[in-house]
Design a protein around this ligand. Structure first.
Ligand code: C2E
Ligand code: CA
Ligand code: CA
Length: 575
């Protein structure tokens, strides 16, 4: 932004003289003589003046129109409506209080009376008007600039977007709004300090401004959040143009940020929405670009997503549920259901996975896929995560006091919970408070938890394992699983994802993968749970491969605690 302003102030100034009835011939002569440094454009009617100003955008407008005094306010307003920053000097025949008042109200910058006209007066007035405009521009620029990065700020961005949208509506052109932020920025900031975060943000801003072109306007909307408006002509393909720009952004963030002696590889989530397809007002377009960005966030890599119909319905559900979640937690609307895990060596239920449900007062029982992502986005997964662990510990105690001895109860831990610096002490406090048998509690984590700060996650796991609880790696095979990573983690159990089990008897590749996972896990001294077992033939295959545990609809869907307890008591009585 600053550079653009400097470029503008360096070029020679231009003046538009609108000389309606020829009385200003002498002025134009004086102007040509005395102001060689200015570029002068003369028109002889308002309509020509208007047209010329739209095309040339002169720096000062001189209005010489003594015959049309009464229409002057309307004329000035017309120019101000599309270029409010361009000063207008009116040339009047006689100075009078009425005349002055009229011009003041019409927001003319200055006036020159023909009765005391001189080259000097003219020059002074033009100089004054230009300085005034320059100062106003500077003040506006300072108000619009983000002090950390020098990019436009939120205020600049919204004004720019609204202006562009208005232009687009008139001209039939299009635009895209790109929204991006840095993955795990909050955790990075709290772990390494705000100064470190600022350096990363500044560097990202610098790289974004290198990509800036005539087509784009880039702004920093908040902490690590940037937005870019992309101008798209009527005949261009919005998706193609936006993709090209996003590709440039992605290339520019591939290089690590050097900070002292260390290097940080930043990853960003990017989303985009398009005008007119996804909305026609600024708020809506920004919101939808953010929704698309949040979709990208699920990938844990630098990724981009365009807004779509599918995201729209998810967004509607989000808008409906998001404001209700905190209240739902306070008023005990969440419940844990349990899905049994069967030991294939003896056919007994030896464990279970705790799965959260939301007993919604109007919508009925909601499943986690519809609300956990919302909790994650809102940061509410942290308190809800603690509620889940607390509830599971209470349920472990209830089972124990009814004489049921389960070997393990799995509780899902969202990767976002590792962003909470109090994770370890809070879990330890819950265990102390509930006095639950820690050896029964097994925290299930997915590989996504290990994407950003492996060392932090490993140290959390090590510290937690001192309490006696254990860990399993969930949805194994769906991420970037590596056995070398497994060796680094204090993980006891691997859960093979349902997607491999579904076709395990019909797809040779899946069968091979499942066989390999079981063998390697056993060689590493870890046990294996196969998820999503629905059919006898799947079970037979897993028995043959000496899988340790199974979990799936073939045995039971997740059920309420009461039903789960009842089933276990019945099984115990039958033995
Ligand atoms: P997950 O951890 O992989 O949980 C297993 C999901 O598979 C459960 O869905 C379960 O009902 C379903 N399932 C189990 N057996 C079968 C089967 O034989 N066939 C089919 N088609 N599905 C089966 P649910 O309860 O809807 O949970 C979905 C996901 O939500 C879970 O996937 C987990 O990632 C998340 N989730 C559930 N509870 C919690 C929780 O307490 N905390 C967190 N952070 N996430 C949770
Ligand atoms: Ca799980
Ligand atoms: Ca799973």
């Amino acid at each position: 932004m600053r550079k653009a302003l400097r470029q503008q102030s360096d070029r020679p100034k231009s003046i538009l003289l609108i000389d309606v009835d020829g009385i200003s011939r002498c002025i134009s002569q004086a102007l040509v003589e005395s102001t060689r440094k200015y570029r002068l454009i003369i028109t002889h009617s308002f309509s020509d003046g208007l047209l010329s100003q739209k095309q040339n955008k002169c720096d000062v407008i001189l209005l010489a129109c003594n015959q049309l005094k009464k229409s002057l306010p309307g004329i000035i307003e017309k120019f101000h409506s599309f270029q409010p920053e361009v000063p207008i000097i009116s040339i009047i025949d006689k100075d009078s209080p009425v005349e002055r008042e009229r011009l003041l109200r019409a927001k003319a910058t200055d006036y020159i009376s023909l009765s005391n006209f001189s080259e000097d007066t003219l020059n002074r007035s033009i100089r004054y008007a230009l300085q005034n405009a320059e100062q106003r521009k500077l003040i506006q620029e300072l108000r619009d600039t983000d002090s950390l990065t020098g990019l436009g700020n939120r205020q600049f961005f919204y004004r720019e977007l609204e202006t562009k949208l208005e232009q687009n509506k008139k001209m039939g052109t299009k635009l895209a709004v790109i929204s991006m932020d840095i993955n795990n920025f909050r955790a990075m900031n709290s772990r390494y300090g705000q100064h470190h975060g600022d350096i990363v943000v500044e560097e990202l801003a610098r790289r974004l401004s290198l990509i800036e072109s005539e087509k784009t306007s880039t702004a920093r909307l908040g902490n690590d959040e940037f937005s870019i408006i992309v101008d798209i002509s009527a005949y261009e393909d919005t998706g193609v143009v936006t993709k090209e720009i996003i590709q440039k952004i992605m290339n520019s963030i591939m290089q690590p940020v050097v900070y002292g002696r260390s290097e940080v590889q930043i990853k960003c989530s990017i989303g985009a929405s398009f005008y007119p397809e996804h909305g026609d007002d600024a708020e809506q377009l920004v919101h939808r670009a953010v929704v698309a960005r949040q979709e990208s966030k699920k990938a844990f890599e630098t990724r981009y997503t365009f807004f779509s119909n599918e995201l729209e319905s998810r967004d509607n559900l989000y808008s409906e549920l998001a404001p209700q979640i905190a209240f739902a937690l306070r008023s005990n609307q969440f419940v844990l259901h349990y899905q049994p895990q069967i030991n294939l060596r003896n056919g007994q239920i030896e464990g279970a996975e705790a799965l959260i449900r939301w007993q919604h007062p109007e919508k009925g029982l909601l499943y986690p896929d519809s609300f956990i992502p919302i909790c994650e986005q809102m940061g509410l997964i942290v308190p809800i995560g603690y509620w889940i662990i607390h509830q599971a510990c209470m349920d472990i105690n209830r089972l124990k006091s009814s004489g049921i001895d389960l070997k393990h109860i799995g509780v899902n831990l969202s990767f976002r919970q590792f962003g909470d610096d109090n994770l370890v002490p809070t879990i330890k406090r819950i265990l102390e408070k509930t006095k639950a048998d820690t050896s029964v509690l097994e925290l299930e984590l997915t590989e996504s938890a290990l994407h950003d700060d492996q060392n932090h996650v490993i140290s959390c796991l090590q510290s937690l394992s001192e309490t006696g609880l254990s860990f399993s790696l969930d949805d194994f095979g769906t991420g970037y699983s590596s056995f070398s990573l497994l060796q680094k983690l204090p993980i006891d159990t691997i859960k093979i994802d349902r997607s491999f089990i579904t076709n395990v008897t019909t797809c040779a590749d899946d069968a091979e993968i499942v066989r390999a996972i079981i063998n390697l896990a056993h060689n590493m001294g870890k046990s294996v749970i196969a998820e999503g077992v629905e059919e006898q033939h799947q079970l037979d295959f897993l028995v043959e491969q000496e899988c340790d545990f199974v979990q799936g609809y073939f045995f039971s869907k997740p059920v309420s605690f009461d039903l789960f307890q009842h089933t276990l008591l019945k099984c115990a009585a039958a033995v």
